[in-house]
Ligand binder design. Structure first.
Ligand code: C5P
Length: 227
């Protein structure tokens, strides 16, 4: 069977990573969550006080980028790879609402994007990869054999993210989460470098009314046509 590259882009909390993980597990492909990489750089910037809600020291972060080492390590108990920042497992702290509030500002910085895109392209050089993010089909792998663009209403997405955060024991309100989702949508679609847009040739899936199973079956059928 031919090995292919699967690029999954879309708005926040559209279920990209759930779908990507399932596809990768079924196909025996590598799964890469590029959002985790932008979140880890953001966590690094927060720890060093280069960024907060009303402050950004872009130059300081750029000068420290060579000291940001990102690595994915597969956790066989969880069945997916966890994010490591300079040797520390940061899988939990990068998922907080505080990181979500700052991440889109960090993802606007071209130097950050260049560094992460290079690493992502290296991870996908042998294909057999499912990568999710915002610019995978447009910038990272414009020649991917299959490109998916996922969308759902902001309210549906905020409810999903809110349920996830509450399950993890975080103290947030639905309104805070909705505001964050809308704010990230705005920054991600309006930034100058690699804005979130549907890639040429991408197949759009609006999953407001689709179950996980229906989405999985739909994409598996598309994959069958390519391999
Ligand atoms: O996918 P996730 O919601 O974890 O991504 C967090 C943020 O990282 C996004 O809102 C976006 O600002 C940024 N991002 C990006 N390009 C990617 C993946 C994520 O700009 N490929």
């Amino acid at each position: 069977m031919k090995k292919i590259t699967i690029a999954i882009d879309g708005f926040s909390s559209t279920g990209k990573s759930t779908l990507a993980k399932e596809l990768a597990a079924t196909l025996g492909y590598v799964y890469v969550d590029t959002g985790a990489m932008y979140r880890a750089v953001t966590y690094f910037a927060m720890q060093n006080e280069y960024v907060s809600e009303d402050f950004l020291n872009k130059e300081a972060l750029i000068s420290q980028l060579p000291n940001v080492k990102l690595q994915f390590q597969f956790n066989s108990n969880l069945g997916f790879a966890e994010m490591y920042l300079n040797g520390e497992n940061v899988e939990q702290p990068i998922r907080t609402i505080e990181v979500s509030r700052n991440v889109s500002k960090i993802a606007e910085i071209s130097e950050v994007r260049t560094k992460l895109v290079e690493q992502q392209q290296a991870m996908g050089k042998d294909k057999a990869i499912v990568m999710d993010g915002r610019d995978i089909g447009t910038v990272v792998f414009p020649d991917a054999e299959l490109k998916i663009f996922m969308n759902a209403s902001a309210e549906t997405r905020a409810q999903r993210r809110f349920d996830e955060l509450i399950e993890k024991g975080q103290k947030v309100t639905y309104d805070e989460v909705l505001e964050n989702v809308q704010q990230r949508d705005y920054i991600d679609t309006h930034r100058e470098d690699s804005p979130l847009v549907k890639a040429e040739g991408a197949i759009e899936i609006n999953n407001s009314a689709l179950s996980k199973r229906e989405q999985f079956d739909l994409v598996m059928n598309l994959i069958q046509e390519k391999v």
